[in-house]
Ligand binder design. Structure first.
Ligand SMILES: [Zn+2]
Length: 348
Protein backbone atom coordinates (compact mmCIF):
# COMPACT_ATOMS: atom_id res chain seq x y z
CA UNK A 1 0.00 0.00 0.00
CA UNK A 2 1.36 3.41 -0.89
CA UNK A 3 0.95 6.21 1.61
CA UNK A 4 -1.36 8.32 -0.59
CA UNK A 5 -3.86 5.45 -0.43
CA UNK A 6 -3.92 5.43 3.34
CA UNK A 7 -6.47 8.19 4.07
CA UNK A 8 -8.83 6.63 1.51
CA UNK A 9 -8.48 3.17 3.07
CA UNK A 10 -8.98 4.61 6.54
CA UNK A 11 -12.05 6.51 5.38
CA UNK A 12 -13.58 3.53 3.60
CA UNK A 13 -13.26 1.45 6.77
CA UNK A 14 -14.87 4.18 8.90
CA UNK A 15 -11.87 4.34 11.23
CA UNK A 16 -11.58 7.01 13.90
CA UNK A 17 -8.40 8.59 15.28
CA UNK A 18 -8.54 10.53 18.56
CA UNK A 19 -5.74 12.99 19.26
CA UNK A 20 -6.09 13.00 23.05
CA UNK A 21 -7.08 10.40 25.63
CA UNK A 22 -5.70 10.00 29.17
CA UNK A 23 -6.08 6.20 29.24
CA UNK A 24 -3.32 5.21 31.66
CA UNK A 25 -4.07 8.14 33.96
CA UNK A 26 -7.61 6.83 34.32
CA UNK A 27 -6.39 3.34 35.05
CA UNK A 28 -3.70 4.34 37.55
CA UNK A 29 -4.85 7.51 39.27
CA UNK A 30 -8.61 7.12 38.88
CA UNK A 31 -8.53 3.35 39.48
CA UNK A 32 -10.64 2.45 36.46
CA UNK A 33 -10.44 -0.99 34.87
CA UNK A 34 -10.34 0.00 31.22
CA UNK A 35 -10.21 -3.62 30.10
CA UNK A 36 -13.95 -3.93 30.83
CA UNK A 37 -16.74 -3.28 28.33
CA UNK A 38 -18.00 0.25 28.98
CA UNK A 39 -21.42 -0.79 30.26
CA UNK A 40 -19.75 -3.11 32.79
CA UNK A 41 -17.50 -0.28 34.01
CA UNK A 42 -20.50 2.04 34.31
CA UNK A 43 -22.39 -0.57 36.35
CA UNK A 44 -19.38 -1.09 38.59
CA UNK A 45 -18.94 2.63 39.22
CA UNK A 46 -22.67 3.18 39.71
CA UNK A 47 -24.98 6.02 38.67
CA UNK A 48 -23.50 8.34 41.31
CA UNK A 49 -20.04 8.50 39.72
CA UNK A 50 -18.87 12.10 39.43
CA UNK A 51 -17.60 11.56 35.89
CA UNK A 52 -19.65 8.85 34.15
CA UNK A 53 -17.15 6.81 32.13
CA UNK A 54 -17.20 7.09 28.34
CA UNK A 55 -14.00 5.23 27.40
CA UNK A 56 -12.67 1.70 27.84
CA UNK A 57 -10.41 -0.32 25.56
CA UNK A 58 -13.24 -2.60 24.27
CA UNK A 59 -15.38 0.51 23.73
CA UNK A 60 -12.67 2.08 21.56
CA UNK A 61 -12.46 -1.04 19.46
CA UNK A 62 -16.24 -1.25 19.15
CA UNK A 63 -16.19 2.35 17.93
CA UNK A 64 -13.52 1.64 15.30
CA UNK A 65 -11.16 3.99 17.12
CA UNK A 66 -8.06 2.58 15.48
CA UNK A 67 -5.51 4.92 17.01
CA UNK A 68 -5.25 7.44 19.82
CA UNK A 69 -2.60 9.77 21.13
CA UNK A 70 -2.47 8.34 24.64
CA UNK A 71 -1.02 10.45 27.40
CA UNK A 72 1.43 10.04 30.18
CA UNK A 73 -0.28 12.70 32.28
CA UNK A 74 1.37 13.79 35.50
CA UNK A 75 -0.98 15.48 37.93
CA UNK A 76 0.54 18.10 40.24
CA UNK A 77 -0.72 18.26 43.81
CA UNK A 78 -3.60 20.68 44.19
CA UNK A 79 -6.81 21.21 46.12
CA UNK A 80 -8.60 18.65 43.97
CA UNK A 81 -5.57 16.37 43.69
CA UNK A 82 -4.09 15.65 47.11
CA UNK A 83 -2.28 12.63 45.62
CA UNK A 84 -0.52 14.66 42.94
CA UNK A 85 3.22 15.16 42.62
CA UNK A 86 5.25 17.78 44.42
CA UNK A 87 8.74 16.90 43.12
CA UNK A 88 10.25 15.95 39.75
CA UNK A 89 10.94 12.46 41.13
CA UNK A 90 7.27 12.02 42.02
CA UNK A 91 6.18 13.25 38.57
CA UNK A 92 8.61 10.81 36.97
CA UNK A 93 7.21 7.98 39.07
CA UNK A 94 3.68 8.82 37.87
CA UNK A 95 4.79 8.77 34.23
CA UNK A 96 6.70 5.50 34.65
CA UNK A 97 3.68 3.83 36.21
CA UNK A 98 1.50 4.99 33.31
CA UNK A 99 4.09 3.81 30.76
CA UNK A 100 4.06 0.41 32.44
CA UNK A 101 0.27 0.36 32.22
CA UNK A 102 0.33 0.83 28.43
CA UNK A 103 3.00 -1.89 28.17
CA UNK A 104 0.94 -4.34 30.21
CA UNK A 105 -2.09 -3.64 28.01
CA UNK A 106 0.10 -4.25 24.98
CA UNK A 107 1.37 -7.54 26.43
CA UNK A 108 -2.27 -8.58 26.92
CA UNK A 109 -3.05 -7.80 23.27
CA UNK A 110 -5.30 -4.86 24.15
CA UNK A 111 -3.33 -2.00 22.56
CA UNK A 112 -0.36 -1.56 20.25
CA UNK A 113 2.27 1.06 21.02
CA UNK A 114 3.21 2.73 17.73
CA UNK A 115 5.87 4.95 16.22
CA UNK A 116 4.77 7.64 13.72
CA UNK A 117 5.68 6.74 10.15
CA UNK A 118 5.57 3.29 8.53
CA UNK A 119 4.63 1.61 11.81
CA UNK A 120 1.44 3.71 12.03
CA UNK A 121 0.73 3.14 8.32
CA UNK A 122 0.98 -0.64 8.72
CA UNK A 123 -1.24 -0.54 11.79
CA UNK A 124 -3.93 1.54 10.07
CA UNK A 125 -3.81 -0.77 7.08
CA UNK A 126 -4.41 -3.76 9.37
CA UNK A 127 -7.19 -1.92 11.20
CA UNK A 128 -8.87 -1.00 7.91
CA UNK A 129 -8.94 -4.68 6.95
CA UNK A 130 -10.18 -5.82 10.37
CA UNK A 131 -11.45 -2.89 12.48
CA UNK A 132 -12.88 -4.95 15.32
CA UNK A 133 -10.07 -7.50 15.42
CA UNK A 134 -7.19 -5.03 15.61
CA UNK A 135 -6.15 -3.61 18.99
CA UNK A 136 -6.29 0.18 19.26
CA UNK A 137 -2.95 1.78 18.40
CA UNK A 138 -1.41 4.21 20.89
CA UNK A 139 1.17 6.88 20.12
CA UNK A 140 2.49 8.14 23.45
CA UNK A 141 2.16 11.82 24.34
CA UNK A 142 3.52 13.28 27.57
CA UNK A 143 1.18 15.95 28.95
CA UNK A 144 3.10 18.16 31.39
CA UNK A 145 6.87 17.72 31.25
CA UNK A 146 7.72 17.77 34.95
CA UNK A 147 8.40 14.01 34.67
CA UNK A 148 11.65 14.97 32.95
CA UNK A 149 13.92 15.75 35.89
CA UNK A 150 16.04 17.76 33.44
CA UNK A 151 16.03 17.97 29.62
CA UNK A 152 18.80 15.34 29.77
CA UNK A 153 16.05 12.80 30.55
CA UNK A 154 14.60 13.27 27.05
CA UNK A 155 16.47 10.37 25.34
CA UNK A 156 15.11 7.97 27.98
CA UNK A 157 11.52 8.93 27.15
CA UNK A 158 12.18 8.88 23.41
CA UNK A 159 13.52 5.33 23.79
CA UNK A 160 10.38 4.50 25.79
CA UNK A 161 8.24 5.58 22.82
CA UNK A 162 7.21 9.14 23.70
CA UNK A 163 6.87 11.02 20.39
CA UNK A 164 5.01 14.15 21.49
CA UNK A 165 5.43 16.35 24.59
CA UNK A 166 3.27 19.14 25.93
CA UNK A 167 5.61 21.01 28.28
CA UNK A 168 2.84 22.62 30.33
CA UNK A 169 -0.49 21.72 31.88
CA UNK A 170 -0.71 24.36 34.50
CA UNK A 171 2.69 25.94 35.09
CA UNK A 172 5.56 23.44 35.09
CA UNK A 173 9.28 23.88 35.60
CA UNK A 174 9.48 24.29 31.81
CA UNK A 175 6.67 26.56 30.76
CA UNK A 176 3.75 28.71 31.82
CA UNK A 177 0.45 27.02 31.12
CA UNK A 178 -3.32 27.18 31.37
CA UNK A 179 -4.37 29.89 33.81
CA UNK A 180 -0.74 30.76 34.60
CA UNK A 181 0.48 33.35 32.05
CA UNK A 182 4.14 33.68 31.13
CA UNK A 183 6.85 32.24 28.94
CA UNK A 184 9.31 29.39 28.80
CA UNK A 185 11.89 28.99 31.55
CA UNK A 186 15.58 28.51 30.70
CA UNK A 187 15.05 24.77 31.18
CA UNK A 188 12.01 25.01 28.95
CA UNK A 189 14.04 26.55 26.14
CA UNK A 190 16.62 23.78 26.55
CA UNK A 191 13.84 21.18 26.45
CA UNK A 192 12.24 22.55 23.26
CA UNK A 193 15.66 22.68 21.55
CA UNK A 194 16.34 19.08 22.59
CA UNK A 195 12.87 18.01 21.39
CA UNK A 196 13.55 19.64 18.03
CA UNK A 197 16.89 17.83 17.70
CA UNK A 198 15.41 14.49 18.72
CA UNK A 199 12.33 14.94 16.53
CA UNK A 200 9.83 15.01 19.36
CA UNK A 201 6.71 16.98 18.41
CA UNK A 202 5.66 19.93 20.56
CA UNK A 203 2.07 19.72 21.83
CA UNK A 204 0.99 23.35 22.25
CA UNK A 205 -2.23 22.55 24.13
CA UNK A 206 -2.05 24.09 27.63
CA UNK A 207 0.93 26.32 26.75
CA UNK A 208 0.43 29.93 27.84
CA UNK A 209 0.38 32.26 24.86
CA UNK A 210 3.79 33.85 25.48
CA UNK A 211 5.32 30.38 25.94
CA UNK A 212 3.59 29.24 22.74
CA UNK A 213 5.25 31.92 20.61
CA UNK A 214 8.62 31.47 22.32
CA UNK A 215 8.45 27.73 21.65
CA UNK A 216 7.57 28.26 17.99
CA UNK A 217 10.80 30.22 17.61
CA UNK A 218 12.64 27.03 18.60
CA UNK A 219 10.75 24.30 16.70
CA UNK A 220 8.33 24.05 13.81
CA UNK A 221 7.15 20.53 14.66
CA UNK A 222 3.95 21.39 16.51
CA UNK A 223 0.39 20.25 17.10
CA UNK A 224 -2.35 21.18 19.55
CA UNK A 225 -3.67 17.77 20.59
CA UNK A 226 -6.79 19.04 22.38
CA UNK A 227 -7.61 22.72 21.96
CA UNK A 228 -10.43 24.78 20.52
CA UNK A 229 -10.77 28.34 19.25
CA UNK A 230 -10.45 31.18 21.76
CA UNK A 231 -12.54 33.32 19.41
CA UNK A 232 -15.60 31.24 20.41
CA UNK A 233 -14.73 30.26 24.00
CA UNK A 234 -12.53 33.06 25.30
CA UNK A 235 -10.09 31.51 27.77
CA UNK A 236 -6.36 30.90 27.59
CA UNK A 237 -7.07 27.13 27.43
CA UNK A 238 -7.76 27.62 23.71
CA UNK A 239 -5.88 29.07 20.74
CA UNK A 240 -6.29 32.51 19.21
CA UNK A 241 -6.87 32.61 15.47
CA UNK A 242 -3.22 33.65 14.98
CA UNK A 243 -2.11 30.64 17.03
CA UNK A 244 -4.39 28.30 15.04
CA UNK A 245 -2.95 29.64 11.79
CA UNK A 246 0.60 29.28 13.13
CA UNK A 247 0.10 25.58 13.93
CA UNK A 248 -1.44 24.94 10.51
CA UNK A 249 1.27 26.92 8.70
CA UNK A 250 3.85 24.53 10.19
CA UNK A 251 1.91 21.51 8.94
CA UNK A 252 0.52 20.69 12.37
CA UNK A 253 -2.84 19.38 13.54
CA UNK A 254 -5.44 20.76 15.92
CA UNK A 255 -7.52 18.21 17.82
CA UNK A 256 -10.99 19.54 18.62
CA UNK A 257 -11.75 18.97 22.30
CA UNK A 258 -15.34 17.95 22.99
CA UNK A 259 -16.03 19.02 26.59
CA UNK A 260 -19.23 21.13 26.68
CA UNK A 261 -17.46 23.94 28.54
CA UNK A 262 -14.97 24.18 25.68
CA UNK A 263 -17.72 24.35 23.03
CA UNK A 264 -20.21 26.79 24.55
CA UNK A 265 -19.12 29.98 26.37
CA UNK A 266 -20.32 30.16 29.97
CA UNK A 267 -21.23 26.47 30.21
CA UNK A 268 -20.85 24.95 33.67
CA UNK A 269 -21.29 21.51 35.18
CA UNK A 270 -24.96 20.78 35.68
CA UNK A 271 -26.04 22.82 32.66
CA UNK A 272 -27.68 21.00 29.73
CA UNK A 273 -24.99 19.74 27.37
CA UNK A 274 -23.64 21.87 24.55
CA UNK A 275 -25.76 21.36 21.45
CA UNK A 276 -24.84 19.86 18.12
CA UNK A 277 -24.96 23.41 16.78
CA UNK A 278 -22.35 24.49 19.36
CA UNK A 279 -20.08 21.64 18.24
CA UNK A 280 -20.74 22.33 14.56
CA UNK A 281 -19.94 26.03 15.03
CA UNK A 282 -16.65 25.29 16.83
CA UNK A 283 -15.58 22.84 14.14
CA UNK A 284 -16.55 25.36 11.44
CA UNK A 285 -14.45 28.06 13.08
CA UNK A 286 -11.43 25.78 13.41
CA UNK A 287 -11.82 24.64 9.81
CA UNK A 288 -12.24 28.15 8.44
CA UNK A 289 -9.23 29.57 10.29
CA UNK A 290 -6.73 26.69 10.27
CA UNK A 291 -7.99 24.88 7.17
CA UNK A 292 -10.10 21.71 7.35
CA UNK A 293 -7.07 19.60 6.41
CA UNK A 294 -5.50 20.50 9.79
CA UNK A 295 -8.44 19.57 12.04
CA UNK A 296 -9.01 16.25 13.76
CA UNK A 297 -10.55 15.00 16.98
CA UNK A 298 -8.79 15.56 20.32
CA UNK A 299 -11.73 14.55 22.43
CA UNK A 300 -10.22 14.43 25.97
CA UNK A 301 -13.24 12.21 26.75
CA UNK A 302 -11.53 10.82 29.85
CA UNK A 303 -9.75 14.00 30.94
CA UNK A 304 -11.63 14.61 34.17
CA UNK A 305 -15.06 14.85 32.57
CA UNK A 306 -17.85 12.35 32.01
CA UNK A 307 -20.90 11.53 29.95
CA UNK A 308 -22.91 14.52 31.23
CA UNK A 309 -20.15 16.99 30.39
CA UNK A 310 -20.03 16.13 26.68
CA UNK A 311 -22.19 17.67 23.96
CA UNK A 312 -25.50 16.34 22.80
CA UNK A 313 -25.07 13.16 20.76
CA UNK A 314 -21.83 12.07 22.42
CA UNK A 315 -22.69 9.48 25.06
CA UNK A 316 -19.65 7.22 24.72
CA UNK A 317 -16.44 6.78 22.75
CA UNK A 318 -18.20 4.79 20.01
CA UNK A 319 -20.13 7.99 19.20
CA UNK A 320 -16.94 9.84 18.19
CA UNK A 321 -17.58 8.80 14.60
CA UNK A 322 -20.80 10.86 14.60
CA UNK A 323 -19.01 14.03 15.71
CA UNK A 324 -17.29 14.06 12.34
CA UNK A 325 -20.72 14.22 10.68
CA UNK A 326 -20.95 17.81 11.96
CA UNK A 327 -18.23 18.83 9.46
CA UNK A 328 -19.08 19.67 5.83
CA UNK A 329 -19.67 16.44 3.86
CA UNK A 330 -16.38 16.67 1.97
CA UNK A 331 -14.33 16.85 5.17
CA UNK A 332 -16.01 14.25 7.41
CA UNK A 333 -13.64 11.39 6.71
CA UNK A 334 -10.66 13.73 7.04
CA UNK A 335 -11.90 14.94 10.43
CA UNK A 336 -12.72 11.40 11.58
CA UNK A 337 -9.23 10.04 10.90
CA UNK A 338 -7.76 11.02 7.53
CA UNK A 339 -5.98 14.17 8.66
CA UNK A 340 -4.40 12.54 11.70
CA UNK A 341 -3.45 9.53 9.53
CA UNK A 342 -1.70 11.82 7.06
CA UNK A 343 0.12 13.70 9.86
CA UNK A 344 1.14 10.52 11.69
CA UNK A 345 2.63 9.01 8.51
CA UNK A 346 4.24 12.17 7.13
CA UNK A 347 7.81 11.92 5.87
CA UNK A 348 10.22 13.39 8.41
ZN1 LIG B 1 -5.27 18.42 28.87
Amino acid sequence: MTLPDLPARVAAAGLVIDGHLDLAYNAVLAGRDLTLPLDDLRRREGPGARDVATVTLPELRAGRVALVLGTLFCLPRGDAAPGGYTTPAEARAQALTQLDTYRRWQDAGLVRLLTPGPDVAAHLHAAALDPHGTPTGVVLLMEGADALRTPDDLPFWVDAGVHIIGPAWKRTRYAAGTGTPGGLTDAGRDLIRAMHEQRVTLDASHLAEQAFWEALDLTGDVIASHSNARARVPTDRHLSDDMLRAVAARGGMIGAVLYSGFLRPGWQRGHPPATRDDTRAMLAHLGAVAGWDHIGLGSDLDGGFGQHEFPDGLDRAADLTHVADLAPPGWRAALRAGNWARWLTRPR
